[in-house]
Design a binder for this molecule. Sequence first.
Ligand code: B12
Ligand code: SF4
Ligand code: SF4
Length: 323
Amino acid sequence: MAPGADAHLSPDELAAAAKAAARALGFEACGVADVRSSPEAAGALDAWLARGMQGEMRYMERQAAVRCDPQRAWPESQSAVVVLHNYFQGDAEPAEGRGRVARYALGADYHDVVHARLTALGERIVAAAGAGSFRAYVDAGPLPERELARRAGLGWFGKNTMLIHPRLGSFTFIGVVLTDLALAGDAPFDTDRCGSCRRCLDACPTAAFPEPHVLDATRCVSYLTIEARSPMPTELASKVGDWLFGCDVCQDVCPWNVRFAEEAAEPLYRGKPPGEWPTLEELVRMSEREHEEVFEGTALERPGRAGLSRNAKVVLDNTRRGR
Ligand code: B12
Ligand code: SF4
Ligand code: SF4
């Protein structure tokens, strides 16, 4: 392993400085993970890909080798500072004539919000050390973010595959700052606190869990409404119900969220009032320009006008059938 950048502070002092900076920037939890590759995570990812559960998400195949080895993403990296940002919004009921939007997408695009904050975090770590460099990742890069969060002591993998923090629940984004500085690592979260519960598995509207801890993305409403570009398979479309974008069902039923999820402190994650969202009928008719005007800067840009219009038609059909 190449020697890390020369810091003025000890690994313990640097880790403490990073955690204080993360708190000051509004992250609810922060831990430090080592950046070694993970054979278990690589095995889980390979098995998932071999079963074709990634569907049209070709980037998951292309990046497979890099995904479980942060040092292939950035060879100089020595430590991963991992943070959680709570985005929970209590009541996310849509208004009459509108579809349901997953809570993570109600406000500003988290890629922008978290990335800006991670950059500030990286700068503060480097400033505290007096040396070094960093790279910030949230969702868009080829990192095993849940595995890094578990290794940083931030939670366990629920049967619904979510990273669950014992005091925050799972309505959190995971952000990662890789740095070439050496920071003292935290103890990995090694216990599974799901016990005999299986509420998420039973509640999933499309039966997307072939077994606990494994999600067949090709059946998941989140994939079908956000990532997939093809028309929705008829068998699944009728089960999507009123979800226009994403899905929160397997998190809503989780006791760890029922008990601990609190309204996000971050105002940027708050959505506009339910009555101000476009109606399903409006979404079906919307032009490219209107789509851009309404959804610019939000996660709803991802499926594009065609994707959202497809979803709106599915929800309209389901509503008419009384689902
Ligand atoms: C592809 C993807 C999806 C796909 C597939 C989801 C999935 N479960 O795999 C789809 C489009 C369906 C999706 C949906 C959602 N997603 Co998504 N998604 C991702 C992405 C880009 C990669 C995930 C991945 O690698 N999947 C492949 C499978 C095999 O990996 P996995 O189940 O996560 O398992 C990994 C680890 O758990 C570990 N592992 C698994 N088993 C074992 C066993 C052992 C012994 C060990 C050591 C390790 C290990 O290794 C695996 C490979 O890294 C990540 C961002 C990132 N770069 O990581 C976000 C991410 C997972 N998504 C996120 C979110 C918020 C969502 C949604 C809630 C959005 C919504 N409301 O609609 C849903 C949740 C659905 C669900 N129950 O998972 C967050 C999750 C935050 C959290 N607290 O867990 C992430 C981390 C993005 C972020 N930076 O915040 N997503
Ligand atoms: S997000 Fe919805 S569709 Fe996807 S696994 Fe969870 S409950 Fe099932
Ligand atoms: S609903 Fe139950 S089984 Fe599913 S993730 Fe939560 S605690 Fe685990």
